[in-house]
Design a protein around this ligand. Structure first.
Ligand code: FES
Length: 107
């Protein structure tokens, strides 16, 4: 397997209902994970872009959270309609989507 150019980590942490920190699962991360996987598969990008689900990344209040390396850019409150923009602009175009990044105080 070739080394990926970008690695996308999607928090899929779950917690019991009513937990004070909430979770990215409660925020809809499964839809985001599926949207990334479907799009990357349909474009045949698996040799360049890796997608991995992770546990909690820390800032649960901004979920669903998506972390992209090697830059270490954290996107928060990601919606399904944001996925293509992240793929086109950042993962393929090397230009982070500033409007979707969490604030610097958080990450
Ligand atoms: S539950 Fe996703 S960042 Fe904490």
């Amino acid at each position: 397997m070739p080394k990926p150019l970008k690695h996308v980590f999607i928090c899929t942490q779950n917690r019991p209902q009513g937990h004070p920190r909430g979770s990215c699962t409660a925020s809809g991360c499964v839809d985001i994970m599926n949207a990334f996987l479907n799009e990357i598969q349909s474009r045949n990008l698996f040799d360049r872009i890796a997608v991995t689900n992770t546990g909690c990344l820390g800032p649960c209040m901004t979920g669903p959270n998506v972390l992209v390396y090697p830059e270490g850019i954290l996107y928060g409150r990601v919606k399904k309609e944001d996925v293509n923009r992240i793929i086109d602009q950042h993962l393929l175009g090397d230009e982070p989507v500033t409007a979707l990044q969490v604030s610097p105080e958080i990450w």
